[in-house]
Design a protein around this ligand. Structure first.
Ligand code: SF4
Ligand code: SF4
Length: 331
């Protein structure tokens, strides 16, 4: 495109094709191809676009940085997605610890004066406010059904990083070959949000960020609550890498876990209304016939937020068990 506003001359199908050819996927950590969401959403009764600006995991700040640094580009990206979906209403959910980002976006919306209805909704800062089902419910009062998708309740959802990448693809023709990653934790010398090429080795990222001040007890890809441990720094940055966190020995628990003491803490914190203790205990003893029982307990509604494992006094790894069970459907 020659000028920022030229994208408006494209048809919905042109936009979806550009997004597909640029390899744009969801950059919030799940990597669903954006063109698939848009193709399914177009003409399917979706009336609201939800923009996830919460980024509620500790340490992660790349989306906050994008909202503050590129507010006009984010607004353009939202308008492009609205056009691809053929709708005119977008709600941007932002946690109330990101007031500077909300102000920048508000000013950009005012100055752009788009013909679409784009509003910002401030949400309470709490984990996992940014989980897909949670933010949709917080913004619309609609509940995504069990095993369902946002489209089932006439919504589509994209995060800020994806919106920014969509704008880059459609306006400047840039494919998704790099992304913003939060590099943080107590052991990295120069923490920050870095634009990193997909495929870069973690060891090169460490070097570029000034090296480590000690040997990490754990390296996490993603956030510390829902991310996963990296054991080899030859692993590459992928489109799913929201963050790389280097934690020291005093920040992690390395002891054994113990039997459940039925305290109920995990039930109290589960945002999906599940019984993580039952799921964890069941998966621990799982055999070929017990997945049905897990399904009755609602295992498919788990959003893998990690809150249950975090609060458990017995240090039981429920969310890791659940992730394993969901990834091994043959069990
Ligand atoms: S990870 Fe635990 S707390 Fe989070 S939704 Fe799943 S069962 Fe509930
Ligand atoms: S928090 Fe841990 S110990 Fe308490 S009920 Fe849940 S699994 Fe059991």
């Amino acid at each position: 495109m020659k000028r920022e506003e030229d994208w408006d001359k494209l048809t919905c199908d042109d936009i979806i094709k550009i997004i597909r050819n640029a390899g744009i996927v969801g950059l919030g950590g799940v990597s669903i191809p954006a063109h698939v969401k848009l193709s399914r959403g177009k003409g399917s009764g979706i009336d609201t676009l939800i923009i996830n600006g919460c980024e509620s995991e500790p340490y992660l700040t790349a989306d906050d940085m994008l909202m503050k640094t590129y507010p006009f580009e984010v607004v353009t990206g939202i308008r492009i997605i609205l056009k691809a979906l053929g709708i005119s209403r977008a709600l941007i959910g932002i946690e109330d610890n990101k007031m500077a980002a909300a102000k920048k976006l508000t000013d950009a919306i005012t100055e752009t004066a788009p013909p679409e209805h784009i509003s910002i909704v401030m949400l309470k800062t709490k984990y996992p406010q940014g989980a897909e089902k949670n933010i949709i419910y917080s913004l619309t009062g609609r509940k995504v059904p069990s095993k369902g998708a946002p489209a089932d309740i006439h919504a589509a959802i994209f995060n800020i990083g994806t919106v920014h990448a969509v704008r880059e693809a459609v306006v400047t023709g840039k494919p998704l070959f790099e992304r913003y990653v939060t590099v943080s934790g107590s052991l990295i010398r120069n923490p920050g949000n870095y634009k990193i090429r997909i495929g870069t080795r973690i060891s090169s990222v460490i070097e570029e960020c000034g090296g480590l001040t000690g040997k990490p007890a754990r390296i996490i890809s993603g956030g510390p609550m829902s991310g996963y441990e990296i054991h080899d720094t030859d692993m590459p940055v992928t489109k799913e890498t929201t963050g790389i966190i280097f934690l020291s020995r005093d920040q992690v628990y390395e002891g054994p876990f113990h039997p459940c003491i039925r305290c109920g803490s995990c039930v109290n914190v589960c945002p999906a209304g599940l019984m993580p203790c039952e799921l964890g205990n069941g998966i621990e003893k799982m055999n070929s016939g017990s997945f049905d029982y897990m399904e009755r307990l609602g295992i498919h509604d788990c959003i893998l937020c990690g809150a249950c494992s975090y609060v458990c006094p017995a240090k039981r790894p429920m969310s890791q068990y659940i992730k394993l069970a969901l990834e091994l459907p043959a069990l």
